[in-house]
Design a protein around this ligand. Sequence first.
Ligand code: SF4
Length: 321
Amino acid sequence: MTQILEVKKLKKYYPIKKIGRRSYVKAVDNISFSVRRGKILGILGESGCGKSTLGRVITRLEMENGGDIFFLGNNISGINYRKIKDFRQKMQVIFQNPYDSFDPRRAIIKSLEIPMKLLNIGQNRRNRIEIIMDAMERAKLTPAYDYLERYPHELSGGQLQRISMLRSMLLKPNFLVADECVSMLDVSVRAEVLNMLLQFRSELETSILFITHDISVAKYMCDRIMVIYAGKVMEIADAKELISNPMHPYTKALISYSPIISPQREKDRFTITGEVVTPIDPPAGCRFASRCPFAKEICYTEDPEMTEISPGHFAACHLID
Ligand code: SF4
């Protein structure tokens, strides 16, 4: 199966001023992974762990400090968004807040039509509107004409997020980054939005990087899940394997605290105490050591390597070594 995206040792450090020395916030630190055609990779972690930064660097909204990004076989590291002509069509992003991604002064039809026109999709305006109306009907945004002349503030968050997805999918992207795309929506409309994403994936074979803090949503959506903590990958495996057989203490804690995924695991719950390690010049060793109930001496001095536990299941923990 073709790899759409391959990320190797990606780094995103933000310099900050500290008296007497140069310091860095290490938001993304040496992260590697790949995504295959038509597959959904979940990026799972608490807020502030670097998962959104990772999405922004991959989509070229921010530039990396190190590492390589191969998209459709081309190395796109060091090239910013404006300079990659084809890239805008092939890689799309859906943000958390749909109201931020639409121009409030533009009617929906304009917001949908302009990117199509810029990328030469559709023969003329009439044809583009037909394509838009057809896509809206298929996405159950009906009657379609009822939405076209409305403005973003006249729609609910769920409706606008579905239109945001539609706008990306009209461009038939190979790859989509969905960054916490349902976290601001009411629970009642989340399933609709998630199912719409799954439908597009099957129709267009689009690969998706699905960024979320919610393990039950990740389980529902993803083929594979990568768990991130303080800018580092802790564990990556097929979704079913990761949830039924987590190996990293952090993943175990996330799963044991999810009442939807493990209602019976109350007795297995272990407490993780303390604060998330600061990403500003983080200390040597495992980033999770300050909260890990199993930490031993080596955990505070040596960064654990990623180890393959079973085919396709990797984790970084000295217990596994
Ligand atoms: Fe815990 Fe050590 Fe494993 Fe880190 S390497 S998760 S501190 S046991």
